[in-house]
Design a protein around this ligand. Structure first.
Ligand code: IPM
Ligand code: MG
Length: 364
């Protein structure tokens, strides 16, 4: 099969983890006879330096002409001036918004080989297997007004948590559909004791739930959800939440998997569907950031990005066997004791980013 993929490495460790994912993609192409056409694009701080914008038009065109986008990470201290007009992060936010990628799937599971890499006690980790569904194009990230200004009584800043009925309904439907394919349990996270947008969210969750009588629907306040994620993580099946809540909860949930570097994600503009090729472009990226503290050292964990590549093959191209092959290779590398620095606390053999990529691509 022919497939065109826009690859946007970005800043910091983004290019390092993307290189390993390309190795994996090439191994899959060879074994399964696929022709992946890879086109790179600039995004983030490095694009600000060279083009004055975190998302040059050329990159937008490359993304729109592709079947799927594989994204690394953006940001870094060099571009962190709070008074800057443009930020690297604006690049990824603009891609998500302009392609309508409202549904962000972040699977969280525990690898038996990594149980001791998590700071949590092993008995809390048993059976953890959840999907966090984060709304990605609304809420606090995009609501207007969003600005800072000076007044006679000092400086002010505002962000707006706004959702429309249709935005809430479509993400909840994805949540229910995902739950139907899994253990039929949906936890809707909100802050309805305080926030008006959450009260609307909960009302709509109950309404949409009537179309899915088989799914057990729970409502949990976000602060309580943050606690339950650590106390009873195996209770969760699918979690659905507002954009910012989902951002925060998934960094927290990554501790269950052993490291931020382990978690992949898929950002879609419609229901995942059961199989087959997607007609609309979707984006795949690890949930971690550009990690400027370790960038350039060759020690980043490429697994989150490699697993994002597997999600791309499965969800954008219907390549289930290919995605399974990647996930199996990751499992095998971990079971054999290969560890990047972030997951090395259990005494496995510590390897750098590129060796981890070689081991995983080598066994495909
Ligand atoms: C994520 C990241 C991004 C977000 C940043 C880089 C804008 O934290 O994908 O979780 O907040 O969505
Ligand atoms: Mg985040």
């Amino acid at each position: 099969m022919k497939a065109s993929i826009a690859v946007l490495p970005g800043d910091g460790i983004g290019p390092e983890v993307i290189s390993e994912s390309i190795k994996v993609l090439e191994a899959i192409g060879n074994r399964f006879n696929h022709d992946f056409e890879i086109e790179s694009g600039r995004v983030g701080g490095n694009a600000i330096d060279d083009y004055g914008t975190p998302l040059p038009q050329e990159t937008i065109d490359t993304c729109k002409d592709s079947d799927a986008i594989l994204f690394g990470a953006v940001g870094g201290p060099k571009w962190d001036d709070p008074n800057a007009d443009v930020r690297p992060e604006d690049g990824i936010l603009a891609i998500r918004k302009s392609l309508g990628l409202f549904a962000n799937l972040r699977p969280v599971k525990v690898y038996p080989a990594l149980i001791n890499s998590s700071p949590l006690k092993p008995e809390f980790l048993e059976g953890v297997d959840m999907m966090v569904l984060r709304e990605l194009t609304g809420g606090l990230y995009f609501g207007k007004p969003k600005k800072r200004w000076n007044t006679s009584r000092g400086r002010r800043g505002v962000d707006t948590l706004k959702y429309t009925e249709s935005e809430i309904e479509r993400i909840l439907r994805v949540g229910f559909e995902l739950a139907m394919e899994r253990r039929k349990k949906l936890t809707s996270v909100d802050k309805q004791n305080v926030l008006e947008s959450s009260r609307l969210w909960r009302e709509i969750a109950i309404e949409v739930g009537k179309d899915y009588p088989e799914v057990e629907l729970d409502h949990v306040l976000v602060d309580n959800a943050a606690m339950q994620l650590i106390r009873n993580p195996s209770d969760f099946d699918v979690i659905v939440s507002e954009n910012t809540f989902g951002d925060i909860l998934t960094d927290e949930a990554s501790v269950l998997s052993g490291s931020m570097g382990m978690l992949p994600s898929a950002s879609l503009s419609s229901l995942p569907g059961k199989s087959g090729r997607r007609t609309k472009v979707s984006l795949y990226e690890p949930i971690h950031g550009s990690a400027p503290d370790i960038a350039g050292k060759g020690i980043a964990n490429p697994i989150g990005c490699i697993l994002s590549t597997a999600m791309m093959l499965r969800l954008s191209f219907g390549m289930n066997d290919e995605a399974d092959a990647i996930e199996k290779s990751v499992d095998a590398a971990l079971a054999e004791g290969y560890r990047t620095a972030d997951i090395a606390s259990d005494g496995g053999s510590e390897v750098n980013t590129s060796t981890m990529g070689n081991v995983i691509s080598g066994s495909i």
